[in-house]
Design a protein around this ligand. Structure first.
Ligand code: NAD
Length: 247
């Protein structure tokens, strides 16, 4: 049987890139997947690619009221009622050297990447139970200094820290595993918008594996962390970066 047969999953930032590839993979592995993102049209397109086991929900994770509605919908859905796998993945990036970070940018990035993840997990708590797997998307930037990414990196360091402390808070008491995937350069709309074609090639040449990653290669990691194959892994970070963090 499939590794996630009969499971209920929630993926945020699921209309594009890593979230979309992961939603596809979790459905392929047998799960029902509630896919959350900002825009109805992008979600409809995602459903048309994934199929009817993907259920779209419009939600902005920077707004706690939206997150509450998201999990009310999951709770009340005949296909939901609980959450076995939660992939808190929605995030935004912006390169900004220290001298050019505005207060507005600071608030916006923290409110999606850090606040969004914290309240996504908080609002999911009543629906999570023993054996549930929570996976958070951090980034290589959480521990490696990349020029211009101090603000983004700080939000992703917060995400890494959440998983550590939530392991203390949730794993022993409730049997919920919380783990982190930290992607390196992955070719998604976010990456292409930030890097451009020339810079993307330069980055690829620096990666020990010799190329940038594909969203499916992060989906593989999330599918592993979602499944019982990772049943003894809690509070861990998996770096999926072609070795870039090591050089
Ligand atoms: P992407 O832009 O292709 O997809 C992100 C999705 O999140 C989009 O569909 C977007 O609409 C959605 N989103 C943004 N803000 C949201 C909000 N407030 N509420 C709900 N949805 C929201 O980007 P991606 O590359 O797939 O990134 C996914 C995650 O991976 C992000 O957290 C990103 O920081 C992280 N990441 C990406 C890379 C990379 O190289 N692509 C590397 C490291 C980490």
């Amino acid at each position: 049987s499939k590794p996630l047969e009969g499971k209920v999953s929630v993926v945020t930032g699921a209309a594009s890139g890593i979230g979309l590839a992961t939603a596809k993979r979790l459905v392929k592995d047998g799960s029902i997947v509630f896919i959350a993102d900002l825009h109805e049209d992008a979600l409809a397109k995602a459903v048309s690619e994934i199929g009817s086991n993907a259920i779209p929900i419009v939600a902005d994770v920077s707004k706690v009221s939206d997150i509450k509605k998201l999990f009310e919908t999951v709770k009340d859905s005949p296909k939901g009622g609980r959450v076995d796998v939660l992939f808190a993945n929605a995030g935004i990036a912006a390169a900004a050297p220290i001298g050019s970070i505005s207060e507005e940018l600071y608030d916006r990035i923290f409110s999606v990447n850090a606040k969004g993840v914290l309240f996504t997990v908080q609002e999911a708590l009543p629906l999570l139970g023993k054996g549930s797997s929570v996976i958070l998307t951090s980034s290589i930037d959480n521990f490696k200094g990349l020029p211009g990414y101090s603000l983004y990196g700080a939000t992703k360091a917060a995400v890494r820290s959440f998983a550590r402390t939530w392991t203390a808070d949730l794993t022993k008491s409730r049997g919920i595993r919380v783990n982190v995937v930290s992607p390196g350069p992955i070719v998604t709309p976010m990456f292409e918008a930030g890097a451009g074609e020339v810079k993307a090639k330069i980055i690829a040449s620096q990666v020990p594996i010799g190329r940038n990653g594909r969203p499916e290669e992060i989906a593989n990691v999330v599918a592993f962390l979602a499944s019982d194959a990772s049943s003894f892994i809690a509070g861990a970070e998996i770096q999926a970066d072609g070795g870039l963090a090591q050089i």
